[in-house]
Each structure stands twice: as structure tokens, then as C-alpha cells.
Design a protein around this ligand. Structure first.
Ligand code: ATP
Ligand code: MG
Length: 734
């Protein structure tokens, strides 16, 4: 075997090797957490290229942009170790020959719509609107239709539209399949689509729906795409929704896969390679369907199924617990995981008094795990004695022996008063001014990057952050809020969107009220109406005022050559900086807002590196990228070691040496919402499985006797998902 190829396949077990070297047809790798699914997908990508597949013929779909970027760098490393170097092409550039495309479904949608949007009467400068903008449009439509917010909540209409789109129903055909009593929703949907079309805008669901329409309805587009990408790969396949699966079917049509089996040249091979774990399907609430992975072979007959069962991530006690947790789901595909790692490190459980004790337990544990290794000299540090009161949870009733495990767990919850979260009204915080750990130099502990704190809901991060801040513990919060949801960022993007797409009246009418000065609300309304219809009666002086502003906006095109300057300039000439100052007169607050905008400049910087790309194109590319990214992906902060804080959902696919799973309580994990959702508990069990399997070595489960939740003290019992395994699979800490 060639040396290069050896590098790519080095260390793989037999099953992994079988999957990595599958060159054509459809392959499904279905396997438990940490068994190397993502690794196999990455290696296979490098393997295909090494075997002579044109890099540009490979499309690999990942769940986040960050995962795509990581995979990209791993493939490049593997290839360069094996003696092949792919050209460095910025991810946003369209080069479909020299480089594989690794991206999310949504980014693929943006690319295809920019390229082929004209089939759907979409100009390549189209803008992407977010949920907030959607809501504004719907509110306006409700007003026009004389429907009060009280009779029909805008978010209900928004939900309806999104559901239709996720089922691939356009506003023209949604009527055909749903009931007459939904007539008003159909009218709203139709008007909503008209508004978006007039503004040359699309929403997030459109990125999938319109991609589907392009590929399904236009043979010429399908042919170009099917010629371009002959090898399609998908990671985290268990969280695919039906619309995305329809897109996959068009990208990798069965008949083409079949016929490629008769060819003998590598360039004529075609493949669809998907990897996933039904036990980790956690996006059901967003429409993903675990049935897609379970029934994959019905859709693609003759699929090669590969099951990986060696785990390379976690020590055995963690795997034992993970297996017990997932076994509570009766309908999960049974998979056993083993590891050759002989370390017997216990999984721990701690019942904290409250959320402060929860955070302090984390610090005590980290001190034990990592502080003695740190280079720091802590002579003058003396830990304050903390009184630990052993807690007893013996008297919490254990669930009845289930006949049908899932439904009987519901019964137990509903039957037993002890299981319901009991609100005790509270007005005062239980925190004292206490900082037992502040003398430790946490910044010197380089292992902090390998530590994660996982929680079910983002609101749980607050109490932990509070203790960390008091004790000067560095942490990195992977927030649930999209970066662009910050007000000043949103405003800046809004005006940039209009600049990029002058049809985008949605953005313009959002921005204008911020910067038009000297007019009352009524006149402002008239000005906005005039923008939509130039026949609307408006006083000449206000017409002039409007036109002057629009001219100023357009003038920035000719005055700047970089995106950064263009943005700075537009914020000044439109008077936005003046507005921001007025809104935030306190110097510090204003500076924070300006700094946030500067963060955008750091993101723009790479786009400005190639001045040969027209400024307009750079702006489009930047806007598309920024709209699809989360705060985590956009963060430009310096990377000193920090403890990671994130939700269980965000931890998918990641791994850490040490995991603290906090709030292991009924009402949090499982979340109280899951009690009313059919199959809700099953998804919470899968989510728990995901959390537990992120840990390589150390796993700590924590629940609190009482905690402040939504402004009240709540006493949640320990989680029913974990309770049966404490003391057998998990060691109790006091
Ligand atoms: P998840 O289900 O959480 O997404 P996964 O199945 O994708 O997990 P990977 O993330 O690919 O698993 O791999 C888990 C860990 O195991 C990684 O650290 C990876 O480097 C390591 N690993 C995978 N295969 C091997 C192997 N053959 N030899 C050594 N380490 C391996
Ligand atoms: Mg993975």
C-alpha cells in the first residue's frame, strides 16, 4: 500500500476500515456515541480524494458551520500527511472544482439560490430575514387583514408558515392539502410570500424549501448539480428533517447510484454516505425525524449498513451508565459499546443544597482534578472549611416497575405529588458574598478548555456564571442567542442588507425609523407607506428628506473599497451613530455597543482580503455567512483556557475530558415541557445520553435540593432518568 494511503487509514478498526473505504453506492454507518462516525466520515473524504475522486465532486453536509470548518482542516491535514495538498480557498468562495464543499444544509441552500435563484425569480442579491423580521411582517399583514393580535397571535401564523415550508408546501399548494378552517392562515401565508418576493428576501425555511424546488422542478439545475457532486456525505444524519431528506434524495438520486455500480472508473463512481446514531436524535422539536435514519434502507435499497461498536472516547463506567440510560427507551435500536480503555474512573453524583452549592461543588472538584498540576504557587491560599451536610434522597419514591417504560414513567409523574416541582415563593437570593476559590489562579490551569458544564436550559447558566465571576474563574459561554440578535448588530446588518439589495423594503423600513429625524410617528408611517408605493400622498419636503437619505446610502458604494470602510461610512452618513449615542448616553454603554459593531469588522476582515472580488459580491457573501452563524462560530475572542458552558443541544458531536451535567432534576432534565409532549420523555432520555457520552474520563452529575427557577424557589426531585442508577452505576459524593 502506498505510504500516503496508509496514513489515511492508520489505526482504523475493521468496521471503520470497511466504511472508510466504501467507494460507491449508499452506505449507512449507524453507531453509538464516540465510536468514530465523524472520524470515519472525515477519513473517507480524504480517502476518496487520494483514490482519485476530483475534490470538487464531494459534498459533505454537517450540522454546524463550525463542524464543517473543523472537518475541512482535518481533511487537509490528513491529505497533506499523505502527500497531497488542496489549494486554500476561502470557504465562502465558489470553487466547485478544486475543493470539496463542506457546509450545512442552509449554507448549501444559500449557494444554490445565489447561483440558480433566477429560476425562482430571485436575484442573486436576495437577503435572508430572521425570525424577528418574520414576525414584523406577519404583524403588518394581520393589521392589513384587520385581524387583531388577540384573535390570532402572530407567532401562530409564523409557526403555520414554517410548518408548511418544512413540509415543502408552498403558498400555492398549501391550500390543496389542508383544511378549509385554516383559510385565514393560507391568506396570511400568501401575503407573506408576496412581501418577501417584493423585497427579494427569503427566510431560513426557504433555504431548504427553495433548494428543493430548484432541484425538483428544474431538470437543468438538477443535471448541473448531479454532475457537480457525485459523492454526498452527511454527518449527524439522525437529526435530518423530512425536507432535508428530500433534498438529499435529489442530490443523490437512487437511479444514478445504482447505475454507477456498473462503471469501472473511479470518476464514474457515485456514493451517498450517511453517519448517525438514532440514540442521539435530539432535534425532534425542530422537525427532525429519527424514522429517517431507521428507515433509510427502505429508501435506498441495497444500502451497506456498517455498525461500529468500539468506543474510543469514554472510560467503561461512563459507557455503562450511558447504556442504562438509553435502554430506558423501548424503541431505540440496540447497540452495545465497548472500550479497550481499562481506566476505572467512577461517575459521581452530588446532591447540592442549591444552585450556589452546585457551582461550588464544580470548583471544589476542578481544584482536586487540576489544581495540583498547575504551575502556580499558592502558598497563601487556604481553602475555607465548608460544612457538608450529607443529603439523603432515600425517601424519594422510586418509579414503579414499568410495563411500558415510557408511558408508565409519565404515570408516576402525574400520580405522585412528590414528583412535581413545588414552587415556594421567594424574593431574596440565597447567595452570600462568598468567594472561597478566588485565591486560586484559575487562569493558570490550562486543562480548563477540556472542561464543560452542560445544562438543559440556557437560564441555568446564570447562577454558575455568578459564582465563576465572583471567584475569577475564566469561562466561555456558548450562548443560545444568535450573534446578530444584539440590537446594534441587527441594525447594522439591516442597513447593509438594504445596501446589498435595494429591493429590500423590509430592511429599509426597519432601519429608517431609527435615523429619520424631526418627524412625528404619523409622518414616519406615511414615509414608509410612500416607499412601498410612490403614489402615496406625501409632502414634498418629506419626499426630499427621504430621497436625500437614500442617496446618501447609495453614495457609499463609490466612496469605499473595503467592506469595513463601507460599513463605518454608512453608519455615519445615515446618522446611525448619532442615534446610538442618543439611545445610550452613558459613555460605557455606548462604547460596548460600538465594540460589538467592531466585532463585525473582525468578521469582515477576511472578506476584504481579495480585492479582486467586487465589493457587492463580498457584501453578499459576508451577509449570507453572518446570517447563518451562531455567536459561538463568530466569536473572535482570544483563546486562553476557559471552562466551557453550553446547553446539551449544543454539545452534540463534541467531547471533553471532564463533564459536569448540572440540574439533573425532574422538571429540568427531563424538562417539564416534555411531560405534555407525546414522546417528549424519549427525547429527554436521548438528550441525557448525548450529555453523558460527551465525557472522556470524568463525569459528574449534580442536582440541587432547591434552586431559584423563574424567580421562585423550586424543589425538584432528582431526575427520573438518572435516579435508578445512583449508587449502582454512579458513586454518590457528599
Ligand atoms: P458522536 O456520536 O458523539 O458524534 P462519533 O461517533 O462521531 O461521536 P468521533 O468524534 O469520530 O465519534 O470519535 C470519538 C473519539 O474517538 C475521537 O477523539 C476520535 O479521535 C477517536 N477515535 C475514533 N476512531 C478511532 C480509532 N480507530 N483509533 C483511535 N481513536 C479513534
Ligand atoms: Mg460525531
Amino acid at each position: 500500500m502506498q505510504e500516503g494511503m496508509k496514513k489515511i487509514l492508520e489505526g482504523l478498526n475493521d468496521k471503520q476500515l470497511q466504511a472508510t473505504t466504501s467507494l460507491r453506492g449508499s452506505t449507512l454507518v449507524i453507531a453509538g456515541a464516540g465510536s468514530g462516525k465523524t472520524s470515519v466520515l472525515t477519513r473517507r473524504l480524504a480517502y476518496l480524494i487520494h483514490k482519485g475522486v476530483m475534490p470538487g465532486n464531494i459534498l459533505s453536509l454537517t450540522f454546524t458551520n463550525k463542524a464543517a470548518a473543523e472537518m475541512n482542516s482535518r481533511v487537509r491535514n490528513l491529505l497533506s500527511q499523505s502527500g497531497l495538498n488542496l489549494p486554500q480557498i476561502p470557504v465562502w468562495q465558489q470553487d466547485y472544482t478544486q475543493s470539496p464543499l463542506l457546509c450545512t444544509f442552509h449554507s448549501l441552500g444559500v449557494r444554490l439560490l445565489r447561483e440558480f435563484g433566477s429560476f425562482l425569480e430571485l436575484r442573486k442579491e436576495f437577503t435572508i430575514i430572521d425570525s424577528d423580521e418574520q414576525k414584523k411582517i406577519i404583524k403588518k399583514i394581520l393589521k392589513e387583514l384587520n385581524i387583531s393580535d388577540k384573535n390570532l397571535h402572530p407567532s401562530l401564523a409564523q409557526y403555520f408558515i414554517s410548518q408548511c415550508k418544512q413540509e415543502l408546501l408552498t403558498s400555492q399548494n398549501s391550500r390543496k392539502v389542508s383544511k378549509e378552517f385554516l383559510a385565514v392562515f393560507h391568506r396570511i401565508y400568501a401575503k407573506y410570500e408576496e412581501t418577501l418576493q417584493a423585497s427579494q428576501a427569503v427566510d431560513f425555511d426557504d433555504l431548504i424549501l427553495k433548494t428543493y424546488l430548484l432541484l425538483n422542478n428544474y431538470q437543468e439545475v438538477r443535471e448541473i448539480i448531479n454532475t457537480r457532486w457525485s459523492h454526498i456525505m452527511v454527518d449527524e444524519f439522525q437529526d435530518t428533517n423530512p425536507a432535508q431528506f428530500e433534498v438529499i434524495k435529489l442530490l443523490a438520486p437512487k437511479h444514478l447510484l445504482q447505475s454507477s455500480l456498473h462503471h469501472n472508473h473511479i470518476n464514474q463512481y457515485r456514493s451517498l454516505f450517511v453517519v448517525g446514531d438514532d440514540a442521539q436524535s435530539i432535534y425532534g422539536f425542530r422537525g427532525s425525524k429519527v424514522e429517517i435514519i431507521l428507515n433509510f434502507e427502505n429508501e435506498y435499497e441495497g444500502t451497506t449498513e456498517v455498525i461500529l461498536n468500539q468506543n474510543y472516547r469514554s472510560v467503561q463506567p461512563i459507557l455503562n451508565l450511558a447504556e442504562k440510560i438509553i435502554d430506558q427507551n423501548p424503541f431505540q435500536k440496540k447497540k452495545e459499546l465497548f472500550t479497550q480503555n481499562k481506566d476505572q474512573i467512577d461517575v459521581h453524583y452530588y446532591l447540592a443544597n442549591n444552585e450556589r452549592d452546585e457551582a461550588e461543588y464544580i470548583l471544589r472538584t476542578l481544584k482536586k482534578l487540576y489544581h495540583s498540576n498547575s504551575s502556580e504557587n499558592f502558598n497563601n491560599y487556604q481553602e475555607e472549611e465548608t460544612q457538608f451536610i450529607p443529603d439523603d434522597i432515600q425517601d424519594i419514591p422510586t418509579p414503579k416497575q414499568p410495563t411500558d417504560p415510557v408511558s408508565s414513567m409519565f404515570d408516576v409523574y402525574l400520580d405522585s405529588a412528590d414528583f412535581s416541582p413545588s414552587p415556594i415563593s421567594a424574593t431574596t437570593s440565597t447567595y452570600n458574598d462568598y468567594s472561597a476559590f478566588s485565591k486560586i489562579n484559575w487562569h493558570s490551569i490550562k486543562e480548563l478548555d477540556q472542561v464543560v458544564i452542560l445544562y438543559r436550559t440556557h437560564s441555568q447558566s446564570r447562577s454558575i456564571e455568578e459564582i465563576f465571576l465572583k471567584n475569577n474563574v475564566p469561562y466561555r459561554l456558548v450562548s443560545g442567542v444568535r450573534f446578530l440578535e444584539r440590537r446594534e448588530i441587527k441594525d447594522t446588518l439591516t442597513i447593509l442588507k438594504y445596501l446589498s439589495n435595494s429591493d429590500d423594503k423590509i430592511s429599509l423600513s426597519r432601519f429608517l425609523p431609527l435615523v429619520i429625524e424631526g418627524v412625528g410617528p404619523k409622518t414616519l408611517q406615511k414615509m414608509l407607506a410612500y416607499l412601498e408605493d410612490f403614489n402615496y400622498p406625501l409632502a414634498p419636503k418629506h419626499i426630499n428628506q427621504l430621497m436625500e437619505l437614500l442617496n446618501k446610502i447609495q453614495s457609499v458604494w463609490s466612496q469605499n473599497t473595503s467592506l469595513i470602510d463601507l460599513t463605518k461610512n454608512i453608519l455615519v452618513v445615515t446618522g446611525y451613530m448619532r442615534y446610538l449615542k442618543k439611545e445610550f448616553p452613558a459613555k460605557e454603554e455606548f462604547q460596548t455597543r460600538v465594540d460589538n459593531i467592531s466585532e463585525l469588522y473582525s468578521i469582515m476582515f477576511p472578506f476584504d482580503q481579495d480585492q479582486l472580488i467586487p465589493l457587492q459580491d463580498r457584501l453578499n457573501q459576508f451577509l449570507a455567512q453572518v446570517m447563518l452563524m451562531t455567536s459561538q462560530e463568530l466569536s473572535t475572542e482570544n483563546d486562553t483556557p476557559k471552562i466551557n458552558l453550553m446547553s446539551l443541544h449544543q454539545s452534540k458531536g463534541l467531547e471533553f475530558e471532564t463533564v459536569f451535567l448540572v440540574g439533573v432534576e425532574d422538571g429540568l432534565l427531563p424538562h417539564s415541557n416534555s411531560f405534555i409532549e407525546p414522546k417528549g420523555l424519549e427525547e429527554e432520555i436521548r438528550l441525557s445520553y448525548v450529555g453523558v457520552t460527551r465525557a472522556k474520563k470524568h463525569l459528574y452529575l449534580i442536582s440541587a435540593d432547591s434552586r431559584i427557577q423563574y424567580g421562585q424557589i423550586k424543589a425538584n426531585p432528582m431526575s427520573r432518568i438518572f435516579r435508578p442508577f445512583i449508587d449502582t452505576y454512579v458513586k454518590r459524593d457528599v
